[in-house]
Design a protein around this ligand. Structure first.
Ligand code: ASP
Length: 309
């Protein structure tokens, strides 16, 4: 049997230790472990990588601690616009949604785009129409409201600034969530979900829902989910870049993902990290920030839940 593996992230950034209380750290680790275990249980029961990544991301979307689903940051108009994408490395099928509102689990809507439409990427009102036709419940604003996120927004709402989840001066982190997995058949998959940037406007979309930028999966190479400064991750086509280094330069998962995070994306000014698996169950989780909420588990006995370097 193939080595089973799963890795998840809850965002990267300047996670200043002094700002983190022991209680809060325990809550983060608890929710990461919950997502990890739920995803891994699917793999252990013989389930598919695509099911495992969807389930793990849903747990993180349901946690108010992360900037995805419940806990998504506020836009300039005090609303929430969420983005998500999912990709199956076996078939190269993919689904993505962007600028959606009121959907509890954007990752499931992305999966429905992949499986129930002939398209890959639906955005805004059209994506919402698609959700309504599939009888999705539309949650009201109170479901997504979080005091901490609202405070972040109040601090910058009357400015032209937009910011990645936490302000750089304090605790700059990117709270996007993601999961990658390898199942018993050696099929791999990737899923990513985010609320984007605080105070974003003009229909700003980051890398998370963009296949090849923030999310990618191909059995031949790797499954990747990114977190970081989206504009740079789009320009660097980061997830696909890792895959290309493996495919065309024969690099290992570890070497390729480290090359992109510690060299290529830094060279163009991007900060953040990614999680990656290959079809042999190897895992890599490089980041060039002070920390990244992350966890991984494999049938080879590896288990990790970490925040800092
Ligand atoms: N990459 C995401 C975006 O730019 C942000 C994040 O990773 O938190 O929308």
């Amino acid at each position: 049997m193939n080595t089973l593996s799963i890795a998840i992230h809850g965002g990267a950034g300047t996670l200043v230790k002094g700002m983190m209380t022991p209680e809060l750290e325990a809550r983060y680790k608890n929710d990461l472990k919950l997502a990890l275990d739920k995803g891994y249980a699917i793999l252990e029961a013989g389930g598919t990588a695509i099911d495992a990544v969807e389930v793990a991301v849903k747990v993180l979307e349901d946690s108010p601690l992360f900037n995805a689903g419940k806990g998504s940051v506020f836009t300039a108009t005090e609303s929430h616009e969420m983005d998500a994408s999912i990709m199956d490395g076996n078939t190269l099928n993919a689904g993505a949604v962007s600028l959606i509102t009121g959907i509890k689990n954007p990752i499931s809507l992305a999966r429905d785009v992949m499986e129930k439409s002939e398209h890959v990427f639906l955005a805004g009102e059209g994506a919402m129409q698609f959700a309504k036709e599939l009888d999705y419940t539309i949650e009201n604003d109170t479901y997504f409201y979080d005091d901490f996120r609202h405070q972040q927004w109040l601090e910058i709402k009357d400015t032209d600034r937009f910011q990645l989840d936490h302000a750089k001066k304090k605790d700059s982190k990117f709270g996007t969530v993601g999961a990658v997995a390898c199942d018993q058949d050696g099929n791999i998959a990737a899923a990513t979900s985010t609320g984007g940037m605080t105070n974003k406007k003009w229909g700003r979309v980051g890398d998370s829902p963009m296949i090849g930028a923030g999310n990618y999966a191909n059995n031949k190479t790797c499954a990747i989910s990114c977190t970081g400064s989206g504009e740079f991750f789009i320009r660097g086509v980061v997830a696909y870049d890792v895959s290309c280094l493996m495919e065309h330069k024969n690099m290992s998962l570890k070497a390729a993902s480290e090359e992109v995070i510690h060299k290529r994306i830094l060279e163009i000014g991007g900060d953040g990290g990614l999680i990656a698996v290959d079809a042999n169950g190897n895992v890599a989780m490089p980041f060039n920030t002070e920390g990244m909420y992350r966890a991984s588990k494999t049938s080879a006995g590896v288990e990790e839940v970490s925040i800092y370097k």
